[in-house]
Design a protein around this ligand. Structure first.
Ligand SMILES: *Cc1c(COP(=O)(O)O)cnc(C)c1O
Length: 479
């Protein structure tokens, strides 16, 4: 084997190890950058219109032989990353499902990366695993789980759904022998990551049924009950229901308690996708609306939504930790030292082995500020939604789906065959302005605008800008 000769670095000049004074220099450059970003965030755009075309500068992203100085790299990041596309840190971000990314969470990431604590295995970092466990316990209790549950911090809701579905498959013993007779139920409001997960965990051959929605876009429990009975009578094997606690599209909360009872009666695995809605259990209003969460066999949450974490924070909770363990158990000779520990490791409970110590980013702000602060912020978002809802009605908008949480789906009825296009023009006006970002969807076959109020930096000021933008364009279009 030919080995490339190294340059004979000697102590004190290994280029990947920089000393204290040099660290201060790079640290200052990065801090200046992030301070500038945050000091101007109130006036920064939420969306940079027409910034997607490739420029010459983008060639600098490619990895080649040469190197660039940090100040040049930061300029490049500012111009070609931060100032293009969406700005999810902005309070003007009301598209899709926002979150924000609180600053001390980023510092938690910094701590995690510098210490490089190994969060996958208890033996390697009992402290990191205990922090992850503390978060899972807290969230499990939030949704009403008692003893014996388990979970895992994932990179997001999609992977959390994937883990939940693979656990359901394993627990319900779905194999080549019964897969074609096994039935999965969901609704047209199911997030597309559910369909991805069905495919990835090998459940595509199941019968997948979309149960009709009621007028509020909630999975209809009478229809579900009827369909399950029919399927059983026809010799099928109903085994999995996927419900929403806050659908991405409109924020619909399915009738969780009724669905849970039907699942229990028929031994159907009850999965609830609470990626968006779950953390509203921190508010009195949400706690009341989301009582059925505890009935689920599995629940997913997205801390990078309702806990305002930076992207890369999801969570799966499984009512019976043994089910999670069985679906992810492993052993390897080179892991024998770790195997001796009497404490579960995240690697026993998920597909990941080495992983980011992602617990620290969530644990740090929770310990610094307390859960009450998050509850207050979420209550503020609920109040802002009520405020926007009222204003939209005053302006003559049709509310397509009454908000159950903090998403409002709305459109204007221009009494014109071009209604969809005129609503698109409203959206475009907002995107071109850039201070506010909202997105759109199709509901009842019509182009529909949607505002999702969840970024921790969204306050009344941003809602008022949105109202102003809608008002002025409406006047334009009706003139
Ligand atoms: C966001 C979301 C997901 C997907 O989660 P990611 O974190 O984007 O992977 C799944 N379900 C619902 C209801 C969501 O809102």
């Amino acid at each position: 084997m030919e080995i490339k000769k190294n340059k004979g670095y000697t102590d004190g000049e290994f280029p990947l190890e920089i000393d204290g004074p040099k660290r201060k220099v790079v640290h200052k450059a990065i801090l200046d950058f992030t301070n500038d970003f945050l000091n101007t965030i109130d006036d920064a755009k939420a969306f940079h219109f027409n910034t997607h075309a490739k420029t010459e500068q983008d060639d600098l992203f490619e990895i080649g032989e040469g190197t660039l100085k940090l100040d040049k790299l930061l300029d490049l990041i500012k111009e070609r990353v931060v100032n293009t596309g969406l700005n999810p840190a902005s309070g003007g971000h009301m598209g899709y499902i926002p979150g924000g990314g609180i600053y001390t969470a980023a510092l938690g990431d910094y701590l995690a990366a510098v210490t490089n604590s190994y969060a996958g295995v208890f033996y390697a970092s009992p402290g990191a695993v205990r922090i992850e466990d503390a978060l899972i316990n807290w969230c499990g209790n939030l949704i009403g789980y008692n003893e014996g549950f388990g979970g895992n911090l994932t990179s997001g809701g999609s992977i959390a759904n994937l883990i939940a579905l693979s656990t359901a498959k394993k627990t319900k013993n779905i194999t080549s022998k019964n897969i074609q007779k096994s039935v999965i139920y969901c609704s047209q409001q199911a997030h597309h990551s559910i369909y991805k997960a069905i495919s990835i965990v090998g459940l595509e051959e199941c019968v997948v049924r979309q149960i009709p929605l009621d007028k509020d876009f909630r999975l209809s429990s009478p229809h579900f009950n009827e369909q399950v009975e029919k399927d059983i009578n026809n010799g099928l094997n109903p085994f999995l229901l996927i419900a929403n606690a806050g659908s991405t599209d409109v924020g619909a909360i399915d009738p969780l308690q009724e669905l849970g009872a039907i699942c229990e009666w028929n031994s159907i695995w009850f999965h609830i996708d609470a990626a968006y809605g779950g953390f509203f259990t921190l508010t009195a209003y949400g706690k009341n609306r989301l009582q059925g969460l505890k009935l689920a066999d599995s629940v997913i949450l997205d801390p990078h939504k309702g806990m305002f974490m930076p992207y890369g924070s999801g969570m799966v909770l499984i009512k019976n930790i043994n089910h999670l363990l069985k679906a992810n158990s492993y052993s390897a000779n080179y892991m024998q030292d770790a195997d001796k520990e009497a404490h579960y490791s995240p690697a026993d409970l998920s597909p990941e082995l080495s992983k980011h110590f992602r617990g620290l980013r969530m644990w740090l702000p929770l310990k610094l500020y307390g859960a009450e602060v998050f509850s207050d912020y979420l209550a503020e978002k609920l109040n802002l939604t009520t405020y926007l809802h009222k204003k939209l009605i005053q302006m003559g908008f049709t509310i397509v789906c009454e908000p159950a949480l903090t998403i409002i789906a709305f459109r204007y009825n221009f009494n014109d065959s071009n209604n969809d296009d005129l609503n698109k023009a409203l959206l475009n006006h907002i995107l071109e302005d850039g201070r506010i970002f909202i997105s759109s969807t199709i509901l009842n076959n019509h182009f529909t605008l949607r505002a999702a109020i969840l970024a921790f930096r969204t306050h009344k000021k941003e809602i008022d800008i949105l109202i102003q933008l809608l008002k002025s364009k409406l006047e334009d279009l009706s003139a």
